[in-house]
Design a protein around this ligand. Structure first.
Ligand code: GDP
Length: 202
């Protein structure tokens, strides 16, 4: 039986500079995080099956806001700012770290975090911090090792196994490629679990 993709309906709602601008804290929210240029926008476009829902930008570090997409009135995607880029001023970086820390601590509807990493450069400081916040708040974190098409199968697999060795209990990881759609089904299954969707339903 062909499984459905419930994320095609995602649509843009708002961009928030502060937590108080976010939609009401109810239902289920899943956050997507990743350093600038990791491939986060491409991953969002891939799993929602939309060409340009999340903008793929050529100017890393520019988006300093939380972008909300809606699936229905009780299910949201929160696209978190990827401030892990050297060109972002330190002050702004510190500001966003505070905003992010309180987002993780206070957001009741936050069900899980998808953490996008370039498979060739996994677990940078930004990623470690995200993982720590998830661990502290006991929020599941699913790591996408994306751009897997840039590596051969063997090295991609060993990168995954190496990463899995040191993960906290709240974390899981998989290989992904937006270009080749590698691992898309696995990601859709994980998201469906968090959003309480039945992918077999038509
Ligand atoms: P973001 O800054 O994390 O949102 O990253 P983007 O999605 O904008 O991607 C950054 C760059 O990596 C762009 O040039 C994308 O075309 C490229 N990219 C993203 N995902 C993949 C992938 O799966 N495979 C390959 N080969 N390139 C990718």
């Amino acid at each position: 039986m062909k499984k459905v993709n419930p994320f095609r309906v995602a649509k843009y709602v708002l961009s928030a500079h502060q937590l108080k601008q976010l939609p009401a804290d109810r239902g289920i929210e899943v956050a997507i995080a990743g350093r600038s240029n990791a491939g986060k926008s491409s991953a969002i476009n891939t799993f929602t099956d939309q060409k340009s829902l999340a903008r793929t930008s050529k100017t890393p570090g520019r988006t300093q806001q939380i972008v909300i997409f809606e699936l229905d009135e009780n299910r949201r995607i929160a696209d978190l700012p990827g401030y892990g880029y050297a060109k972002v001023p330190l002050k702004l970086k510190a500001h966003w770290q505070n905003v992010m820390a309180s987002y993780f601590e206070t957001r009741e509807s936050l069900r899980g975090v998808v953490l996008v990493m370039d498979i060739r450069h996994p677990m940078r400081d930004f990623d470690q911090q995200m993982l720590n916040w998830c661990d502290m708040a006991q929020i599941p974190c699913h790591i996408l090792l994306t751009k897997a098409d840039k590596l051969k199968r063997g090295p991609a697999q060993s990168s995954l196994l190496k990463l899995r060795r040191d993960l906290p209990a709240i974390a899981s990881a998989q290989i992904f490629s937006s270009l080749k759609k590698t691992g898309l089904d696995e990601l859709l299954d994980k998201l469906s679990e968090w959003y309480e969707y039945d992918r077999k339903a038509s």
